[in-house]
Design a protein around this ligand. Sequence first.
Ligand code: CA
Length: 221
Amino acid sequence: MRILVVEDEPRISADIVAALRASGMAVDAVADGESAWFSGDTEDYDAVVLDLGLPKLDGLSVLKRWRANDRRFPVLVLTARGVWTERVEGINAGADDYLPKPFEMEELLARLRALLRRAAGQAAPILQSGALTLDARQMRISLRGVPVALSPLEYRLLAFLMHHAGRVVASTELADHLYDTGNDKDPNVIEVLVARLRRKIGSEAIETRKGFGYFMPDLRA
Ligand code: CA
């Protein structure tokens, strides 16, 4: 999962980025509205944390522009505590959830994970695909109830595929959601990661669709 953090207060931004990375996510951070608008418009994010009071372009305008441009990633808006109009305006502009400042980092993480699950069409806190379960709160993937030891990138890749079970995901798309902007995206690395994952979770768990990408069956029903 790759997240964009838009926050102009350096300490808050650094805290959020650190917490998200510690939760196994790839993170880009920007500190003004124009950069936010550009990043959200050109990069693929699974979710965005958006502060509303921003230099250059305010957060509400950024959000409205994204939505007008059909950018549909879930957006968690950070609002000033007690300013209820900000919450209403945020929701009206297309925010999926809001969090008043100051907030507990655990709450931000919980709300963000819920948005990611909802975007994947799953409401329960534990995702399931066949014999695999994903508990994002613990960053833990289990096979028939037994936790599987995964590297951070392996976890990120498998979590993304499990959030998109039932559809084919291209290597390039995987690379886009695995790395933040500072990293080179090499689709060949994906192949290596998938091979390593198959050794850990069974070769049948992730199917290769030649010329298209990777597929995990949606076996919830
Ligand atoms: Ca601000």
